[in-house]
Design a protein around this ligand. Structure first.
Ligand code: AP5
Length: 216
């Protein structure tokens, strides 16, 4: 299956992707995670992305399209895209790469959450820098405060989860990314719209129920 998960920052894309890959055995291709890995490894791409990420702006389309094409090539047609595409230009780049290989996206899942809910989610998020597990100080607590349940060590708060950066990320989402949903609608791709302002397990159940039909 080839899936795209769309939604604003903090909608729960990463959280739900981890549950989708557990169920269907797919690769989780998160553009944000790949960029953070590039930064941690001190690569040229990571250095180019840094300023954009820290201010809540989008990294330029050409860099992202090349990066994600490389990740998709390794995933052998069984993946969920998280955080990509984030502009219509990226969607067009993805579609032309897929069409060239005779492939297509099987479903687009759109997680819908109001802006008012998002700030509390992002300021309370804690992540494991080693395994990528995502927690929340109230909604999804680790077993021991500040420690990853998988024994990796200390959890961290992302630099871009500061209030001033969150507001810019939301602005960026509304001005540049929200249009991607309309792009896929206009192309006739099946869109699965899910109210993500509910308990995490309830959202997971709703997403998986729809994906069971897609994978059948
Ligand atoms: P990226 O890492 O992709 O960030 P994002 O899209 O802003 O999404 P988040 O990771 O913040 O949120 P999420 O939806 O995954 O939520 P999560 O599951 O963690 O991108 C970072 C930056 O990289 C961008 O700003 C940009 O600069 C750059 N970038 C990345 N991709 C790019 C691209 N394609 N083009 C250009 N630039 C790109 O959940 C959040 C918190 O809420 C967690 O604590 C979780 O426990 C909690 N939570 C989740 N679901 C629920 C729920 N239902 N109820 C209560 N709490 C919940």
């Amino acid at each position: 299956m080839r899936l795209i998960l769309l939604g604003p920052p903090g909608a729960g894309k990463g959280t739900q992707c981890k549950r989708i890959i557990d169920k269907y055995g797919m690769a989780h291709l998160s553009s944000g995670d790949i960029l953070r890995d590039e930064r941690a490894a001190g690569t040229e791409l990571g250095a180019k992305a840094q300023g954009y990420m820290d201010s809540g702006e989008l990294v330029p389309d050409d860099l992202i399209i090349a990066m994600m094409a490389g990740a998709m090539a390794k995933a052998a047609g069984n993946y969920v895209l998280d955080g990509f595409p984030r502009t219509v230009v990226q969607g067009e780049g993805l579609d032309s790469a897929l069409a060239g290989a005779g492939e297509k996206i099987d479903a687009v899942v759109n997680l819908v959450v109001a802006d008012e809910v998002i700030a509390a989610r992002l300021t309370g998020r804690r992540s494991c820098p080693k395994c990528g597990a995502v927690y929340h100080v109230e909604n999804l607590k680790p077993k021991t405060d500040g420690k990853c349940d998988k024994g990796c060590g200390d959890l961290v708060q992302r630099d871009d989860d500061k209030p001033e950066v969150i507001s810019n990320r939301l602005k960026t989402y509304h001005t540049q990314t929200a249009a991607v949903v309309g792009y896929y609608e206009s192309k006739g791709n099946p869109i699965i719209t899910v109210d993500a302002d509910r308990d995490i397990d309830v959202v997971t159940a709703a997403v998986l129920a729809e994906l069971d039909d897609v994978s059948a």
